[in-house]
Design a protein around this ligand. Structure first.
Ligand code: AMP
Length: 216
């Protein structure tokens, strides 16, 4: 099963993607995580990607598409995957579709986690990420057991540069300009499913699970 998660930055699609991946036993693939681990390792890709990420801009398609296609070609993706943060532009979606067509495959669901902008800004300012393992928390909604410390690995929790307020405003603009058109794109393909992302995390997951279960 191949699933794409759509939604504005901070809509909660990453959290939902991880839960779906666990439930269905498929890999969770986040292009943002791949970039962040490259930044941490100091690779050339990381250095290049950081220039864009720190400003809330998209990393150019040429760089992004290649890392994604390499990742989904790995053996653990044979039974499907859930993509979190890819595609983010129409050209990215087209490249993915072409690659899948060659394999006689297709995307089964594009799940849009729908949250209004004002809600997003509030959410992202409360978000904290672990410097060490990348796990994310929220001061109000998913607080760590000990303030400032990651539950999973004990690393330090910080406000990511790309979650800072002015960057969030930029990311929302970029989302509306470049990513939102994908909602139409996947509607036309007949695979779009929208869920109300303002509900409690578990309720959103319940809805998504029902959608996926119903149709399979
Ligand atoms: P995320 O963790 O998905 O919110 O991504 C963090 C940042 O990584 C984004 O703001 C972009 O700068 C970059 N990024 C992640 N995925 C993509 C993508 N598919 N296309 C372009 N840039 C991306």
């Amino acid at each position: 099963m191949k699933i794409i998660m759509l939604g504005a930055p901070g809509a909660g699609k990453g959290t939902q993607a991880k839960m779906i991946a666990e439930k269905f036993g498929i890999p969770h693939i986040s292009t943002g995580d791949i970039f962040r681990s490259n930044i941490k390792e100091g690779t050339q890709l990381g250095t290049e990607a950081k220039k864009y990420m720190d400003q809330g801009l998209l990393v150019p398609d040429e760089l992004t598409v290649k890392i994604l296609l390499d990742r989904v070609a790995k053996e653990d993706c044979a039974g499907g995957y859930v993509l979190d943060g890819f595609p983010r532009t129409i050209p990215q979606a087209e490249v993915l579709d072409e690659a899948l067509e060659k394999l006689n495959e297709k995307i089964d669901y594009a799940v849009n986690v729908d949250v209004p902008d004002d809600n997003i800004v509030k959410r992202m300012s409360g978000r904290r990420a672990c410097l060490k393992c990348g796990a994310t928390f929220h001061m109000e909604h998913i607080p760590p057991k000990q303030e400032g410390i990651c539950d999973s690995c004990g690393g330090e929790l910080v406000l990511r540069d790309d979650d800072k307020q002015e960057t969030v405003q930029n990311r929302l603009k970029v989302y509306h300009d470049q990513t939102q058109p994908l909602i139409d794109y996947y509607t036309k393909k007949g695979v779009l499913k929208s869920v109300d992302g303002t509900m409690e995390m578990k309720a959103v997951f319940q809805l998504i699970s029902e959608i996926i279960k119903e149709e399979k």
